[in-house]
Write a protein that binds this ligand. Sequence first.
Ligand code: ADP
Ligand code: MG
Length: 617
Amino acid sequence: MNTIRVLPEILANKIAAGEIVERPASVVKELLENSIDAHSRAVYVSVQSGGKRFIQVRDDGDGMNQDDAILAFEHHATSKLQTAEDLGAIATLGFRGEALPSIGSVSRLTMRTRPRDPELVSGTEVEIQGGVLRSVKPVPWNDGTEITVRDLFFNIPARRKFLRSHDTELGHIARLVTHYALAHPEIRFTLESEGRALIDAVAVADLRERIYQIFGEGFLDNLVELSGQAGSVRVRGFSSRPHEQRTNPYSQFFYVNRRMVRDKVIASAIRQAYRNCIPASAYPVVILFVELPFDEVDVNAHPAKTEIRFRDQGAVHDLVLETIESALVRSATIPEYQYREYAAPDFQRAAAPYVMPPLQNQPDRADAFDFTPPSVSPNPFQRALNYPFREVPAAIPARHEDHSLLPIRPDMLVGSALDPAGPFQSGSVRILGQLQDSYIIGCDSQGLLIIDQHVAHERILYETLASAVQGSVVETQGLLVPLSLELPPHQAALLERMIPELNRNGFVVEPFGGSSVLIRSVPAIAGDSDCRRLLSEILEGLEREERTLDVDRIRDRICVSTACRAAIKVNMPLTPEKMQWLLDRLALTRIPTNCPHGRPIILRFTMYEIERNFGRV
Ligand code: ADP
Ligand code: MG
């Protein structure tokens, strides 16, 4: 008996749809691309429940007559491609003729459309349910097309189950609309969720104005403009100065011929361009357009069309790298190369004898341009450290970098078993002074101690704040003049749900029209730190969490960010009293040895270590 069977059409279509329609944002993507291909000047997107219940995209583009409106839902039906040669040089965003039938097979879909044809008196309404054509009828309609998608995956419970929370899905949709809005400043884009406008960007002259519309004032100040060309490949856009870092890649927008793409070649060129000026765990902001002849890129690599292949990927890589590097150099923001040595603690290696590195191993001029990270070598300070010192992220930012961007180490938040060497006691420490206004130098019977003042204070503030939040006694401080903060649309969507927890942590924040918020009060502990920056940092951190945010996670993120922002900085002179206060308070914390990101607070240089290095033992 034969066992192979051709699948029934409806089942085959559901399977095929799975590749294109992964989540609500994929529907929005396909519909937006169709609207852009149809020469629209305005595209309105409206969603409910993160798009799970309702997605509507309306445009004022070319529209369709009745025959086309029906044909559009046939598989492989497209107006954008005719011959096999066309496939070699695709100039439109769509070409597969698969999106509408796929979306129609996994939802309840209604389309209303009318072409720009004065002869036609009415438009057409088509209804599809789970891939079955339910009705076609004439309706009064203006030019353009409106597609409404309800109950996505109603007939594929397995897929529906894997959708994330409303906020997460809405975040994906907001990023998607932002993506295409940046690529097409000449088109008006709006996005509303449950009646609230998250994006409203009217048509403008260029990318710079569009960036201003979407991300608000100040955002452009931290970007440098990119422009480069090599042969037939052109690169343009903006990327951030090194101090402007993000904890997630959500502020990276890549396009090839104005198609949004996910591309490893571009991503790796960007990483390389920034490798020496931002920590490995941070992401720069990048809005990058690669333009090249249509026949030099294959866009038919994946059903979702976000993966592409360059004919000459080396050329694209090098051009992106050089363009960003030279823009950073021109804006004089690349810091001098710093030789960073950071030994990952390894107790086996720690037991090995310390050998002075031979001179030729020191970085010389030539090495200084080879930006590969220096190899890890044992370092007397870490080796001699007597406090618990678990594994620490390999790339530690240079000390002027913003280490609040590092991921939080859950095991560093509250105390666990302390090291056998015994807890840190400030009473036995004599303070000798301050090194470069950044480190407290002290000694005790065992040797020399170096304490990083910023992370020490951060640890103290973190524990104070965390226990205040626990006991609901957070002190808040009203701002004399409330501060307004413009958020990127995807963060504005997130903020709303965070408000109650922010309140419990001492923030009074309220929506203020569009994607702006008003900050009225902040935790008293935050003092006069930059409240706008603090709030954006908290949201950025929360955004990275793909899992449903629970109260503890939100709380940790808020406490850690607040503590880091509020802590005294490096390069700040301290009086002996202040230093003593810091050490006394540090000794009272549960983990005086590491900050919540896992960085060490205290380095110890034992007498044995000192004497051995002087050749006395
Ligand atoms: P593709 O975009 O790959 O051609 P789709 O399934 O997305 O395939 O759409 C099928 C066809 O329907 C398109 O080729 C286009 O002719 C028509 N179409 C879809 N959306 C619109 C729209 N918003 N305005 C005008 N025509 C559209
Ligand atoms: Mg399409």
